[in-house]
Design a protein around this ligand. Structure first.
Ligand code: ZN
Ligand code: ZN
Length: 404
């Protein structure tokens, strides 16, 4: 009996779960893999699932899909839209939505495994299916590695992964070398001296310090990074104060930093830190700011040789026109940890989920940024067909490029 992938997708989409809480999703994925005859291990790295498919001599290929959803309240208006809520790590009840398409990743993975099993007489090797939790925290791959996946299961000769994205459905985007940025989330606590709003001279105002710091940080990319190179410095969160006439004692900023490689990372990091410390000094702060790391994600670098093999296989399967170089994405992923820790090549690609006509209209109207919802938008809604089919074929085709 074949798996009804559309029903699976709709079920996963309408039952999204937050990072490290993906017990229902994991259970469904595990049940399908077990039914397909794989050796299945659950609870790997909290909620992760590993499925092993042994098929004689050959390479060991890891196929990775992430499965967590986001604290976003869905606004797509689809019949199968999520109405789910969840509790985030701070204890807040939040709307939950598969706004990054990880439901599509799990669905395509189950279809790809089914395809590989149907074709098993034509290839040899071992497939390890990795259903990963908490990609959105940048923590799930690390959790599975800390749980010993490289020692407990056959080690990879290559790691493959894919992400649904706002390209036209039917299009695959992949490039050798840097594919996605490295990223760091950092938190900065600026220490001032609190007091009465009527007596600013008796205080060290952390709000003014924060404002100056934020504005000066805008010059890191515009004035200190080579215009031909990529870097992003975003201050995404600022918290200080409780009342109009109280100058608070400190201010907290959270930053998102992105760069294509380690070299650029070191440069941007040191400049950001210099600006933060110098602005505190300029404000007369009596205590150094506290700078801490919220998360660190490596750059997603596609192995040149392995990517060449996958691209050739994709061109044969989908046609020359369907496979494009999408450029370097400023988003980040934790899939690389698997390949880096294993010392194995990585190939990570994007596949389109947008209705091709809607995409063509948006191109004609020069309105892609406005009209095509991106991942993490409450309106993000891949078309079911042919997105599922392309995802299945892409994953199975890439795997076969190494399995024969
Ligand atoms: Zn995401
Ligand atoms: Zn994602």
């Amino acid at each position: 009996m074949t798996v009804d992938l559309e029903a699976l997708y709709i079920d996963l989409h309408s039952h999204p779960e937050l990072s490290f809480q993906e017990t229902r999703t994991a259970g469904i994925a595990a049940a399908h893999l077990r039914e397909l005859g794989l050796e299945v291990h659950e609870g790997v790295g909290v909620t992760g699932v590993i499925g092993v498919l042994r098929n004689g001599e050959g390479a060991t290929v890891w196929l990775r899909a992430d499965m967590d959803a986001l604290p976003v309240t869905e606004q797509t208006g689809l019949g199968y839209a999520s109405t789910a809520t969840g509790v985030d790590p701070d204890g807040n009840t939040v709307g939950v939505m598969h706004a990054c398409g990880h439901d599509m990743h799990v669905t395509a993975m189950i279809g790809a495994v089914e395809r590989l099993i149907a074709e098993r007489a034509q290839w040899g090797g071992t497939v390890v299916v990795v259903i990963q939790p908490a990609e959105e925290y940048g923590a799930g791959a690390r959790a599975m590695l800390d749980d010993g996946v490289l020692d407990r299961f056959p080690r990879p000769d290559v790691v493959l992964g894919q992400h649904v994205t706002p390209l036209p459905a039917g299009t695959i985007g992949v490039r050798p070398g840097p594919q996605m940025s490295a990223s760091d989330g950092i938190q900065v606590v600026l220490h001032g001296r609190g007091g009465h709003g009527s007596r600013p001279h008796s205080t060290i105002d952390p709000i003014v310090m924060a404002a100056a710091t934020i504005m000066r940080l805008q010059t890191v990319v515009s004035r200190e990074v080579d215009p031909r190179e990529l870097a992003v410095v975003t201050v995404g969160s600022i918290h200080a104060g409780t009342k109009n006439n109280i100058i608070p004692a400190d201010a907290t900023l959270q930053l998102s930093l992105r760069y294509p490689d380690e070299q650029q990372r070191a440069k941007v990091m040191s400049r950001v830190e210099r600006v933060i410390r110098a602005e505190a000094m300029a404000s007369g702060a009596e205590r150094e700011p506290d700078i801490s790391t919220l998360h660190t994600l490596p750059a997603t670098i596609n192995d040149v040789d392995a990517t060449g093999r996958v691209v050739a296989a994709f061109r044969a399967a989908f046609g020359e026109q369907a496979v494009v170089d999408p450029g370097l994405f400023t988003g980040s992923e934790d899939v690389s940890w698997f390949a880096r820790d294993a010392g194995a090549p990585l190939v990570f690609w994007f596949w389109g989920g947008v209705d091709p006509q809607a995409y063509a209209d948006a191109v004609a109207n020069d309105s892609i940024d406005r009209d095509i919802p991106t991942n993490h938008s409450p309106y993000f809604a891949p078309v079911i067909h042919p997105t599922i089919e392309v995802g299945v074929t892409a994953m199975a085709t890439a795997a076969r490029a190494f399995l024969g």
